[in-house]
Design a protein around this ligand. Structure first.
Ligand SMILES: [Zn+2]
Length: 223
C-alpha cells in the first residue's frame, strides 16, 4: 500500500471513530426515510459510514434564510449515500457543495446546456446538478419525497444520479461503466428502452416510469 493510501485510510478510520453521525440522530432519520427501510442492517451501517464521510468532505449551505438543522443535514447525507452504497464516496469526487433552498427555485435556463448543466422542471426547479459544480435542492421537495413518497421519485437521489452520469463529462445517460461492461451494449440497451418510453409517452400510454424521463437520455438514466 502506498503511503498516500495509508494516510487516507487512517483519516477515514479517525473520522468514523470520532465524528460518526450520532447513533440516536441516525436512527431517528432512518425511521422517517421509508426509502431506506428495506436495507439490511449491514447496509444501514455502511450507509451511516458513507453519510458520515460525505458530511466531512462536502459542505451543505442553506440559502434564502433557510435554517439548517442537524436532522436536515443527516437526511441529505443519508439519501446522498444511497446511490453510492455499492460504489464508494470517490464517485462524488470533483465537487464540494450542496445548496439548500427553502422551496422550489426559479431559474432562467432549461434542460442540458453546453456547460453540461442539467435542470429539472423548466422555470421552477426542485433540484439541479452542475457539472463539476454544486448540487442544488429545494428543502420543501426533499421533505415531500420523504414524508409522502411516490414510487420512483426522490429529488435527492435524482440529482445525485445526475452527478454519477456527469463523472465522465456532460450528463448524457452514459456514466463510467464497470470493468467488463461494454459501452456498445449499454448504449443499445439504454436507447431502445428510452425509445420505448418516448413512444408510450407520445401515444399517452400508461408508463411505469415517470414521463419526464422521456425528455432526454440523461433524465431517463436516473429514473
Ligand atoms: Zn434531472
Amino acid at each position: 500500500m502506498s503511503i498516500i493510501k495509508w494516510v487516507q485510510r487512517q483519516r477515514v478510520r479517525y473520522t468514523l471513530k470520532h465524528h460518526a453521525i450520532p447513533f440516536n440522530s441516525w436512527k431517528a432519520v432512518l425511521r422517517k426515510a421509508e426509502l431506506l427501510y428495506n436495507l439490511s442492517s449491514v447496509e444501514k451501517a455502511h450507509l451511516r459510514e458513507l453519510a458520515t464521510l460525505f458530511l466531512r468532505r462536502k459542505t451543505i449551505t442553506a440559502a434564502q434564510g433557510l435554517k439548517l438543522t442537524d436532522e436536515m443535514v443527516i437526511i441529505i447525507a443519508a439519501l446522498a449515500a444511497l446511490p453510492i452504497l455499492k460504489l464508494g464516496l470517490h464517485y462524488y469526487n470533483g465537487w464540494v457543495e450542496v445548496i439548500l433552498y427553502p422551496d422550489a427555485f426559479r431559474v432562467n435556463h432549461n434542460n442540458v446546456d453546453p456547460n453540461g448543466l442539467i435542470s429539472d422542471e423548466v422555470g421552477i426547479l426542485s433540484g439541479e446538478a452542475w457539472l463539476r459544480g454544486p448540487l442544488i435542492l429545494s428543502w420543501r421537495d426533499v421533505k415531500n419525497d420523504l414524508y409522502s413518497p411516490s414510487p420512483g421519485h426522490n429529488v435527492v437521489i435524482h440529482e445525485f444520479a445526475h452527478k454519477l452520469d456527469m463523472l465522465n463529462g456532460s450528463a448524457n445517460g452514459m456514466p463510467p461503466l464497470h470493468r467488463r461492461m461494454e459501452i456498445k451494449q449499454w448504449a443499445q440497451a439504454l436507447s431502445s428502452a428510452y425509445e420505448i418510453l418516448q413512444r408510450q409517452v407520445f401515444h399517452h400510454s400508461h408508463t411505469r416510469i415517470n414521463a419526464y424521463a422521456a425528455t432526454t437520455p440523461a433524465e431517463f438514466f436516473q429514473w
